[in-house]
Design a protein around this ligand. Structure first.
Ligand code: GP9
Ligand code: MN
Length: 656
């Protein structure tokens, strides 16, 4: 018997009928499109060592199948709709990752999502990270929408006709076929995903899931979808399924690490306790990189006031930021606790209630008044919670400032400094004041009236805007120095000024043009990681440039040293900046230097694929020369992560 379907006049059929009749065409299309987007992501991200290879495509297909195996359980119309929705969701995730990567050189992880306020507050910054070519991620969605609607309508009609004619396989037969197909897809997906990953972790990527200090290394093994799967699993096991404990041996290992640190031979010089009882003002400047200091553009100094300040201070010109995903909050955390920030997320958000040996609390216990000043929302980076735990008497946030100089995200730094000093004048001495600036935040666009530096050929570029904003901050700082002198704070206050992290402008040629010299890749990395650390003493003594290496973890032990407070009862990892000798500076990426060597890990995390440099000449050396510092760096990061994650300082304190 002819079915109505079979007898339908041929001339009326549109080609779409033929397309929709190809079984699982929508699933095949989906796999191809998502694989293409993974490829696009990889190319747009553009990190040479982690470029997708044959195995990554296999893992890519496998992970797409794992995401979509359940779709195969559905009837054709359900499949069309589901793959469309899944496509939109995955595209959104990939694209969000790409934009995030362009700014942070990292991917969005669950801890980052929990600080979503940060990401959305970037607002205009994010807009500057979008490119026209990104449309390639979305073209298919525009085309698929009408196609999916057509599939829904046409397949619906055909289904109705078939039902009327009572043709086709029985419901139960169809269901069994779909369950079998779905199970096959799941098995295939699992095999294609996990076998190559297992092979990698047994061979060239050994230990990748143990250290996991950098998400890009994980991505190199797992692919993007795999990374998110791993991240969800990591978060769930850390927060929901693990009891947050370490084995006794592991805890003992951390304890021993600190004992060894405390037993390192200590050098003492005349600076120990030389400024006991003095006020301290620490300024953490937003995105302030070291290569701004003592530079001119078109014959004009970019930072004339800081240059003057440098001449009167001890200037550490080999000082590194050690931040991770927590950016400003990480700089704050590592500078005040002398521990490393975490590989993912911000400690301020993830573990604000854990115990730390922090500078403000230590000083408060010694009779200091403690205050932190930042003219932005108190909840950003979970500051109000964390500052409470850190022992600050008071947090002066946006609501405590009069917005009489609106600029960028909030208040201009000039007014911010002025109002902060006004608060300080009312504070009982000695005080510890921590100021966090904001005006030089990405994307660095100042109103025309504030752009007073002639940046020449950089005009209209983000690099030029950066120079303008740094110049503005410098001017604001100059005014602050004048006000301090007028207020009588200058002579009884230690002032430290440092940058929180890099400016996210990874434009080597702009930097070369600005510095007027070509720079190696290693030099570029160094310059991107170096922030100034300038310490001015109340009596104006000890001025000069120190080129020993140092980093943010060193700030607290160093300031305590000036006040004559020993640090051997504290769980701090940093070193004292004020004494001679090579000291290890470990960056969150696993890059490390001791002043002699500089090791840059490869994106794949394999030691041998990293690069070892002579830190003095910048020349590449045999990678074996860096083995020791790279191992020490890895261990130090591991110890720090354990201290923070498992709240070990509280445990150690309880036991003593
Ligand atoms: C906002 C400021 C900016 O409060 O700390 O933070 P960032 O985006 O640099 O981490
Ligand atoms: Mn910042």
């Amino acid at each position: 018997m002819n079915t109505p379907y079979q007898t339908a006049p041929r001339a009326k059929r549109v080609p779409l009928h033929t397309l929709f009749r190809i079984r699982y065409v929508e699933c095949i299309l989906f796999i191809a499109l998502i694989l293409y987007k993974l490829f696009l992501f990889d190319r747009f991200m553009d990190v040479p060592l982690v470029r997708m290879d044959r195995w990554d495509y296999i893992i890519g297909v496998g992970s797409i199948l794992l995401c979509s195996f359940w779709v195969w359980l559905l009837p054709p119309r359900g499949r069309w709709i589901s793959v469309f929705i899944l496509n939109v969701l995955l595209t959104s995730v990939f694209y969000a990752d790409l934009v995030y990567y362009r700014y942070f050189q990292d991917f969005i992880s669950i801890p980052v999502l929990m600080q979503a306020g940060q990401v959305s507050s970037l607002g205009h910054s994010i807009a500057s990270l979008l490119f026209w070519k990104d449309i390639l991620f979305f073209i298919d969605i525009v085309l698929l929408l009408p196609l999916t609607i057509a599939a829904w309508i046409i397949l619906g009609k055909e289904k109705a006709l078939m039902r009327m004619a009572r043709t086709g396989r029985s419901r139960i037969q169809k269901f069994i076929t779909r369950v079998v197909m779905s199970a096959i897809i799941f098995g295939l997906g699992a095999g294609l995903t996990f076998l190559p990953i297992q092979h990698a972790t047994n061979t060239w990527a050994k230990g990748i899931f143990v250290g996991n200090w950098w998400n890009v290394s994980l991505y190199n093994v797992t692919g993007l979808i795999g990374f998110h799967g791993y991240d969800i699993n990591r978060y769930a096991s850390e927060n929901w399924f693990s009891k947050q404990t370490l084995s006794a041996e592991e805890e003992e290992e951390v304890k021993q690490w600190f004992t060894a640190k405390h037993n390192e031979p200590q050098v003492t010089n005349e600076l120990f306790g030389a400024y006991k009882g003095k006020n301290i003002i620490v300024i953490q400047a937003e995105a302030f990189q070291n290569f701004m200091i003592n530079q001119k553009i078109n014959g004009i100094e970019v930072t004339p006031h800081l240059n003057q300040f440098v001449r009167e201070s001890m200037y550490f010109n080999n000082y590194y930021h050690q931040t991770g995903q927590g950016r400003t909050s990480d700089a704050d955390f590592s500078s005040h606790t002398s521990l490393h920030p975490l590989p993912t997320g911000s400690v301020f958000i993830r573990y604000p209630n854990h115990a730390y040996d922090v500078l403000p609390q230590i000083l408060k216990d010694k009779g200091y008044s403690t205050g932190v000043y930042h003219a932005y929302d108190a909840s950003f980076w979970n500051r109000y919670n964390m500052y409470n735990q850190m022992g600050y008497d008071r947090f002066y946030s946006k609501k405590d400032f009069t917005i009489d100089e609106p600029l960028g995200w909030s208040l201009g730094d000039a007014s911010f400094f002025r109002q902060s000093l006004d608060y300080m004048k009312q504070t009982k001495e000695p005080f510890y004041s921590f100021l966090i600036t904001l005006s030089s935040h990405h994307p660095y666009e100042l109103p025309a009236s504030k752009q007073v530096l002639d940046v020449g050929k950089f005009k209209g570029t983000i690099f030029g805007d950066y120079l303008e904003s740094v110049h503005y901050v410098d001017e604001a700082f100059g005014q602050m120095v004048e006000q301090m002198k007028a207020d009588g704070l200058w002579e009884n206050t230690i002032i430290a000024f440092y940058g929180d992290h890099d400016n996210s402008i990874r434009d080597k040629s702009a930097m070369e043009q600005f510095l007027g010299t070509s720079i190696s890749d290693m030099k570029f990395e160094q310059l991107m990681n170096q922030v100034p650390m300038i310490v001015h003493f109340p009596d104006g003594k000890h001025a000069g440039t120190v080129d020993r290496v140092g980093g943010q973890l060193d700030m607290t032990p160093s300031l305590l040293y000036l006040l004559g407070i020993p640090t051997d009862s504290y769980y701090m990892m940093g070193n004292n900046l004020f004494t001679e000798g090579d000291k290890l500076v470990v960056l969150r990426t696993g890059a490390v230097t001791d002043g002699q060597y500089y090791y840059m890990p490869a994106a794949d995390g394999i030691f041998e694929n990293g690069t070892c440099y002579d830190a003095k000449t910048g020349d590449k050396t045999d990678v074996a020369g860096c083995r020791s510092i790279a191992d020490q760096a890895k261990k130090q990061l591991e110890m720090s992560d354990k201290v923070i994650t498992y709240d070990l300082i509280r445990r150690f304190r309880e036991k003593t």
